[in-house]
Design a protein around this ligand. Structure first.
Ligand code: NAD
Length: 489
């Protein structure tokens, strides 16, 4: 076991493999490996593997950190959050280098888009709480005011895809609300969270306000969410894990939000800009399809099927599989051999079910983790490949005869995270946009998100909403203070 000061050099970036608890690096007797998806032979690090005792220690630190952080003024807290945002921007290249190696996300997009977005999340929430005015009104002879009280330590549990940016959109509102946090990143991509812990230490969070705990979900993750001192749980991951966390949250009567999987429809009407739609459909293969919001079910109006397919095929063929550090690469490797085996299992079962593999359906190179962009025409809407999230570069193709059928197909899974519609008709955009049952519906665009908008899922895609004031309300205990008029002076 290395001591807590030990650090690893990863392509010129110094990374701690340890936890960050109470403002200090903390080692664990056991470790787990993280490897590079682009070269599975390459072990990046042995990471501290937290257990129940470590979780107990982290929650104790977060309770102490909460007392310090929540006692600070909003202006003091925001100054630290702005500093953290500046530090993220200053270290964007290092974070992108490490995250690219750890999960094979495209480096260029990490550096230009996702890491800066992480900084923006902290800035944005510091702005929102600085400008927040408490709701204040008179009624029934009293003065009423709504006060947001920080709730207590919050546990933030994140998945392995886009871990840096994704964690910041959950951490920023929790911290802005005055809660201390314990971040537990996924065991398949733990490194960027460790860099974030370094930056949080440098930004000046009081000890215990910002903690990062590494380890397996079933070990340290389960122990964290079971601790009754934790007052909020914010989770992103799979519906299966959300059910387990929900049970733990219910035992302690702790509010939790869950942002879960998706099986979004991408609906293309005959009146759409077909080339734009086909290009966006082909873009769903990026990041190896490991995007919860992806439009993975192509629903195409019958009359334009052939023309759409020609253009879609053309855009798909332009993809370049390769090393995610290379700016020419658009198709990245899958995160982990086990995950790719899971993707292969879906395609194999589709084949056996009689669904038609239109193209793809195999690895690009034997023994490597790149999977070919795959399109499947299902035998029926009930096929598993239509109904279950694959989380790989696998899309399905179905056609529809009119608006009603498009909506029926769009709403025919248990999920409801996102939807994408291509049409040039304002009326249709409004009608279909309202009818699609999903937390976010985009028309003629994708992934553009205003940070003040609510974010979450219908059905098994989630519970609760994050984003803007919705996340701040979740992280607070809301109080109504009511004072009889003319009774105080
Ligand atoms: P997962 O549910 O397996 O794991 C997510 C996190 O939960 C990990 O950190 C894991 O260690 C932890 N965990 C596992 N068991 C736990 C337990 N018993 N108690 C506490 N924590 C536990 O999900 P994953 O495979 O890492 O991520 C992929 C899933 O995440 C996909 O379904 C994807 O759609 C979803 N996702 C959703 C969004 C969204 O915003 N809706 C964003 C990204 C990913």
């Amino acid at each position: 076991m290395h001591d807590a000061d030990y650090r690893i050099d990863i392509d010129g970036v110094s990374v701690s493999p340890h936890h960050f608890i109470g403002g200090e690096r903390v080692a664990s007797p056991n470790t787990f490996e993280t490897r590079c998806p682009m070269d599975w032979e390459r072990k990046l690090a042995d990471i501290a593997r937290g257990d129940a005792a470590l979780a107990e220690r982290a929650v104790t630190a977060a309770v102490e950190g909460f007392a310090l952080w929540s006692a600070m003024s909003v202006a003091e807290r925001c100054a630290i959050m702005y500093r953290l945002a500046d530090l993220i921007d200053a270290h964007a290249a290092d974070i992108a280098t490490v995250e690219c190696l750890d999960m094979a996300m495209l480096k260029e997009s990490l550096e230009a888009r996702l890491v800066p977005r992480g900084a923006l999340n902290f800035r944005n929430y510091a702005d929102i709480v600085s400008e927040h005015v408490e709701r204040d009104w008179a009624s029934k002879g009293t003065h009423n005011r709504v006060i947001r009280d920080p709730a207590g330590p919050a546990v933030i549990i994140t998945p392995w895809n886009a871990p840096f940016m994704l964690s910041t959109w959950k951490l920023a509102p929790a911290l802005a609300a005055g809660n201390s946090i314990i971040l537990k990143p996924a065991e398949w991509s733990p490194l960027s969270a460790s860099l974030l812990a370094d930056l949080a230490g440098e930004a000046g969070f009081p000890p215990g306000a910002f903690n990062v705990v590494q380890g397996h979900g079933s070990e340290v993750g389960a122990a964290l969410v079971a601790d009754p001192r934790v007052r909020r749980i914010s989770f992103t991951g799979s519906p299966e894990t959300a059910r387990l966390i929900g049970v733990a949250a219910a035992r302690n009567l702790v509010p939790f939000t869950a942002e879960l999987g998706g099986k979004g429809p991408l609906i293309v009407f005959a009146d759409a800009d077909l080339d734009a739609a086909a290009k966006k459909a082909a873009a769903q293969f990026e990041d190896s399809g490991q995007v919860c919001l992806a439009g993975t079910r192509l629903l195409i109006e019958e009359s334009i099927r052939d023309e759409f397919m020609t253009r879609f095929r053309d855009h798909t063929d332009r993809h370049v599989a390769g090393d995610s550090r290379d700016p020419a690469t658009t198709l990245s490797a899958a995160i982990h051999p086990l995950h790719l085996e899971r993707v292969e299992g879906f395609v194999e079962r589709a084949r056996n079910n009689g669904d038609r593999i239109v193209f793809g359906g195999e690895r690009i190179e034997h023994g490597k983790l790149w999977y070919a962009p795959t399109l499947i025409e299902p035998k029926s809407n009930d096929s598993e490949i239509v109904q279950k999230e694959v989380f790989g570069p696998v899309l399905t193709l179905q056609t529809f005869a009119g608006e009603d059928q498009a909506i029926e197909l769009a709403n025919s899974t248990e999920y409801g995270l996102s939807g994408i519609i291509y049409t040039s008709s304002a009326g249709r955009a409004e009608r279909v946009g309202r009818a699609v049952r999903a937390g976010t519906v985009w028309v003629n665009t994708f992934l553009v998100r205003d940070l003040t908008a609510p974010f979450g899922g219908y059905g098994i895609s989630g519970i609760g909403r994050e984003g803007g004031d919705y996340a701040l309300d979740f992280h607070a205990d809301l109080k109504t203070l009511q004072i009889l008029e003319n009774s105080v002076s």
